[in-house]
Design a protein around this ligand. Structure first.
Ligand code: ADP
Ligand code: MG
Length: 695
């Protein structure tokens, strides 16, 4: 219904009814902001403040600032060039200021007639003749000045600041502002009382530094952030408790025979870090509630074999295992590797991806349904509706951050269907380390195992930044490396805007390199190739029959060819930090010295320069992740565009690590000893948001 229709309808009704209608329109807008209970209004805090407490001399104002001045109108006229506008000049003894209106009413014109004394407020701009204000707010000079900063609240269309302010002020008078934290706790964490914090954020006393307020460093903000983080921690801990109340099959006891045989058959010994995480996972699998563990280990740290050992334990105890990878190439490679390790031990493995032929696909699905297949390796195709597992006991997600929250949920649902009330265990693997703050907040319901050690004999990759102008030198280096028996990757520029363009770039790059390096065996791999073709190219590269593999980012994750020792990334400035780290991780997997060349096109933007410098300065995945978080915010770590960061309105994952740790400590204490307090606190802060926090 258009607003004119609404208005007409209202005018026909009795005045009381019309008033009710208008009220409910306001209610709806409040609801849109999540404001329903008085408590919600209480914690709807200002975005920023306006300082209306003082009058400033015109001479002190700078463009870009908001200013409030008083003075006399020297001159006022309607001009017609370049368009109709009202222009007035205000003088206050310190200087002159032009005021300009592009639309105006006669009443406004009268307000600024020559000789009037007025107070104006607005943003300063550099104009043609000194500073000016466009569409300033005008009142009569000499009015009372408020004694605290004026809050500006987050709002929504059609909801004016004064309406919000009135509703919030009313809530502040009527709502229960009692403290959810005891005095002891407040003293321990140096927190101010809740009511004091809330009141001073809504109506900051004149003593408060404006800077502290806008930068959210004032103790009042500290208290609010703590409360928010505490509510989040409580909610996560409750989700965890709910998980522990679910049932899974326990895969303990009988498994060790197969696990040991697998370990003995490996061509290497596990690192101490691998042994530790294998033990952690093994203990989880032997429990009768679902494992929800993140296996974190830098690129090349050897996560696949850990997954294989976990799979062996479940299989030996009669359960099925599904292992899912985000790309077909990676799934294919896992399949090859796991088959190599496990099939000789009698484990039956099925393979399922979207590109499988009809017959092969039907066979795979039958094997999964009948329980004939003990391990299923594949891509997203594994979570399609048609696939029903006979007895799914463990789900392994490789490169878990590549999957959306929805896909992850769906996979665990698969197990629920099959096993009735039994939930499969879940192991998520990722080379993208989750920074500590995130691990503590959004991932707090995950247990985390970290492989913090690379297999022995690795030599750190040497990274060089090379400007695009020195391409000839790069080609010479490639030729030289290949002559000495090495292999190389050449990663094509990322073209985010268009997949077609991306493909074209890859094809062209391949052609150019074939011409430039006629003696080399050069192949091309990209996402649009048929699965069988991709597999053929990868196999040839693996077997050393290809010297230079030109690739799009399809090789970004997981690909493991130890003999490749040179990585060239073209237009490196277009890639994200995590992506560059993953790409670089494709080399440095053997004992030989590996090199990664980041080709860039000058001039570099500030951000791109920082990114490339980070790559140059460190090879440590955790440090890279930390800088990535700094540069890009937490979205990337939370899974594809599933940023839950919006859940935190006040606290910041980048800067409030210490507070988050304290909140976590208190949350644990409360849930164990004072669950009543936990409930009251959650009630104040959580609104209807608990749902987001699962998965
Ligand atoms: P990522 O953690 O990146 O998935 P992979 O599982 O692909 O790493 O392992 C990288 C390479 O290291 C593989 O070739 C793997 O077989 C090898 N590897 C794994 N563990 C060890 C080990 N303990 N000693 C030597 N090589 C290992
Ligand atoms: Mg891997």
């Amino acid at each position: 219904m258009s607003s004119t229709q609404t208005r007409r309808k209202i005018s026909k009704r009795a005045p009381a009814e019309a008033k009710e209608d208008a009220q409910s329109a306001v209610q709806r807008r409040f609801l849109r902001l999540g404001l329903e209970r008085q408590q919600d209004f209480v914690v709807h805090l200002p975005l920023r403040y306006e300082d209306e407490t003082r009058i400033q001399p015109i001479a002190s104002l700078r463009p870009g600032q908001t200013g409030q001045v008083e003075g006399e109108i020297l001159h006022s006229e309607v001009q017609f060039r370049p368009r109709r506008q009202l222009v007035a000049v205000l003088e206050d003894g310190s200087g002159r200021l032009a005021l300009r209106w592009l639309n105006f009413y006669p009443s406004q014109q009268r307000q600024v007639e020559r000789g009037k004394r007025v107070r104006v407020r607005g943003e300063l701009r550099g104009g043609f003749s000194g500073v000016e204000m466009v569409h300033p707010r005008v009142t009569v000079a000499g009015g009372e000045l408020p004694d605290s900063l004026t809050p500006v609240y987050p709002t929504t269309d059609g909801l004016a600041q004064p309406t919000l302010r009135r509703a919030i002020d009313q809530a502040l008078r009527e709502a229960d502002l009692s403290d959810t934290l005891s005095e002891d706790i407040r003293r321990r964490y140096r927190l101010m009382p809740f009511d004091e914090a809330i009141r001073s954020l809504h109506h900051p006393p004149p003593s408060v530094s404006y800077q502290d307020l806008v930068e959210r460093e004032h103790p009042a903000w500290r208290r609010v952030k703590f409360d928010e983080l505490l509510a989040q921690q409580l909610s996560l801990a409750m989700a965890r408790a709910a998980r522990l109340a679910q049932r899974s099959r326990a895969y303990g006891g009988a498994g060790q025979g197969l696990v040991q045989r697998l370990q003995k058959g490996l061509p290497f010994a596990l690192t101490a870090a691998q042994q530790r995480v294998v033990a952690e996972i093994s203990a989880d699998l032997a429990r009768a509630y679902p494992m929800h563990r993140l296996l974190q280990g830098d690129v090349g740290s050897g996560k696949t074999v850990v997954a294989a050992l976990a799979a062996a334990q479940v299989i030996a105890n009669g359960g099925q295992v599904a292992m899912m990878a985000p790309t077909e190439i990676l799934a294919e490679q896992h399949h090859g590797k796991l088959a190599g390790w496990l099939e000789p031990l009698g484990v039956r493995i099925a393979w399922l991806t979207g590109s499988l032929g009809v017959k092969a696909r039907r066979e795979a699905i039958e094997a999964i349904e009948s329980g004939q297949a003990q391990l299923v390796v594949g891509t997203q195709a594994l979570i399609q509706d048609k696939v029903v597992f006979a007895n799914l006991g463990l789900v392994i997600l490789d490169e878990q951050h590549r999957f959306g929250v929805g896909q992850r949920l769906e996979l665990s649902r698969k197990g629920e269907e099959a096993g009735g009330a039994l939930i499969p265990h879940q192991l998520n693997m990722s080379a993208t380390p989750i920074p500590r703050t995130l691990a503590m907040t959004f991932f707090a319901d995950l247990d985390v195992s970290v492989i913090d050690q690379l297999p022995p004999g690795r030599t750190p990759v040497v990274t060089k930044l090379v400007s695009d102008g020195r391409r000839d030198e790069v080609l010479a280096l490639v030729a030289q490396e290949v002559r000495s028996g090495r292999q190389a990757y050449w990663v094509c520029p990322l073209v985010e805007e268009s997949e077609a363009l991306q493909l074209q770039t890859a094809v062209e790059t391949h052609e150019r390199l074939c011409q430039a390096l006629p003696d080399l065996r050069v192949s091309l791999i990209h996402g649009k190739l048929k699965a069988a073709e991709k597999a053929r190219v990868m196999d040839a590269f693996q077997a050393g029959e290809v010297d230079l593999l030109v690739a799009t980012t399809v090789i970004e994750v997981g690909v493991d060819v130890p003999k490749a020792s040179l990585m060239i990334i073209e237009h490196a400035e277009r890639f994200g930090l995590a992506q560059l780290h993953q790409l670089r991780g494709r080399v440095g997997r053997g004992a030989v010295q590996s090199v990664c060349l980041l080709l860039y096109q000058a001039p570099l933007s500030q951000v791109a320069r920082q990114r490339l410098r980070a790559m140059y300065e460190t090879g440590d995945g955790f440090e890279i992740a930390r800088r990535d978080l700094e540069q890009r915010g937490p979205g990337e770590f939370l899974g594809l565009r599933q940023s839950g960061a919006a859940l935190l309105r006040f606290a910041s994952l980048e800067t409030d690590e210490e507070l988050a740790a304290q909140a976590q400590e208190l949350a644990r204490h409360w849930l164990e000893h004072e669950p009543g307090r936990a409930q009251v606190h959650m009630h104040r802060w959580m609104r209807g948001r608990q749902d987001y926090l699962r998965s």
